[in-house]
Design a protein around this ligand. Structure first.
Ligand SMILES: [Zn+2]
Length: 382
């Protein structure tokens, strides 16, 4: 299993024919294969794989990639170390995080691919990026959830027993709703928040998976949606920093869209939720990247109210829905990797700020019915 993973990793991103005998005979759907509701976990990265791979990357990078744990800030609820890595020597700090939802596996592979390539490539392009930026990466934000293959994590008491609610059920926490006043219920949240407040990044990119959808007006299966957790031109974002992040998040999104839209089998749109005719953009304050943009100062850990713009990528397919196809895994990892690479390259070159933010409207999206906020739906007319 580890061997197979390393093989795939070493030879780039293409899922080899090694897997085809295991693959479920697939009906193809527009844009990619279907697994008929089956996801084999065997081909997906584990916590142990990640640690082994990070150590290899650090070794082969000859010091360019630094790998460490966040133990000085804390550990996970099940007492696992949260790993981080750093590469680059430049003044612009870019935060990259993956798998805050423990069943969104390919995001971790993409971050490892980025670290591996940036740590070993001698290309001028990468050299320039690393002279201008320092990348702070957390490839697996939610190790416990990853091992349990759940979106959430679970809370434990001081005896190591799961904490139960008043109906005797284990308490689960969505780490991506936990960076909020009244939140920080999980140890993972306080650990990564303290680290973030120390690093004080200039930009952040957050990687996720979503279920199947199609690009508006087409029959093409969306391979990646680009999202901002406080909706651009929505109820909250224009009021932050005189609209600076309202522009920067749209510019970052357009930059990724322009870079990827002409690649084969990449169908990019804007992230929206909801079903049927009603599609919403999210405006959720407890999301990690929302808290970053809001400059949340929880427990006086961020007394300067540091903030940074952030966008997220939502890759097609989900282990929880059983529709993460092995055949397309390599392609989806590559898509995330390229999105990260181009965006960081654009940040390094100062090109992102040259994008017309209003071109965000060119990224395909369904007609907007409203904003899905923490307190319910806010109609778009308001
Ligand atoms: Zn997610």
């Amino acid at each position: 299993m580890k061997k197979i993973f390393m093989f795939v990793f070493a030879f780039g991103l293409i899922v080899s024919t090694t897997f085809s005998s295991q693959a479920i005979a697939a009906d193809t759907v527009p844009g990619g294969p279907s697994t008929n509701g089956n996801t084999s976990m065997d081909s997906l990265i584990t916590y142990e794989n990640m640690i082994d791979t990070l150590k290899k990357i650090e070794h082969t990078s000859k010091g360019k990639v630094e790998v460490f744990t966040l133990d000085e800030y804390g550990k996970s609820e099940q007492e696992r170390s949260i790993y981080a890595a750093k590469v680059g020597t430049g003044p612009i700090k870019v935060w990259v995080q993956a798998q805050i939802h423990g069943d969104e596996k390919l995001t971790t592979d993409a971050v490892l691919e980025l670290l591996k390539t940036f740590g070993s490539s001698g290309s001028k392009e990468i050299k320039t990026i690393l002279e201008n930026t320092t990348i702070y990466a957390i490839p697996m934000n939610n190790p416990d959830g990853s091992i349990m293959n759940t979106r959430t994590t679970m809370l434990y008491d001081e005896n190591g027993e799961p904490r139960l609610d008043n109906r005797e059920r284990p308490i689960t926490i969505d780490l991506n709703r936990d960076w909020a006043e009244g939140g920080f219920k999980a140890k993972e949240s306080i650990t990564t928040y303290k680290y973030w407040a120390d690093v004080k990044p200039d930009y952040a990119i957050d990687l996720h998976h979503q279920g199947f959808k199609t690009v508006y007006g087409t029959n093409k299966s969306t391979s990646m949606s680009l999202g901002v957790s406080l909706a651009p031109n929505g109820p909250t974002l224009p009021g932050i920093k005189d609209g600076l992040y309202n522009d920067l998040t749209r510019q970052m999104s357009v930059y990724v869209y322009d870079a990827l839209k002409d690649y084969g089998h990449m169908h990019i749109d804007r992230y929206q939720t909801g079903s049927g005719d009603k599609k919403y953009e999210i405006d959720i304050k407890g999301g990690v990247v929302s808290a970053m943009m809001l400059g949340l100062n929880y427990d006086n850990i961020n007394p300067t109210h540091h903030s940074n713009p952030a966008i997220f990528f939502e890759t097609k397919g989900n282990t929880r829905d059983g529709n993460l196809g092995q055949k397309s895994n390599g392609h989806l990892i590559k898509q995330n990797y390229l999105g990260l690479k181009y965006l960081i390259s654009g940040i390094a070159a100062g090109e992102v700020q040259n994008v017309d933010p209003d071109r965000w409207e060119e990224i395909p999206a369904y007609p907007l019915a409203g904003y899905q906020s923490d307190s319910g739906i806010i109609p778009v007319s308001n």
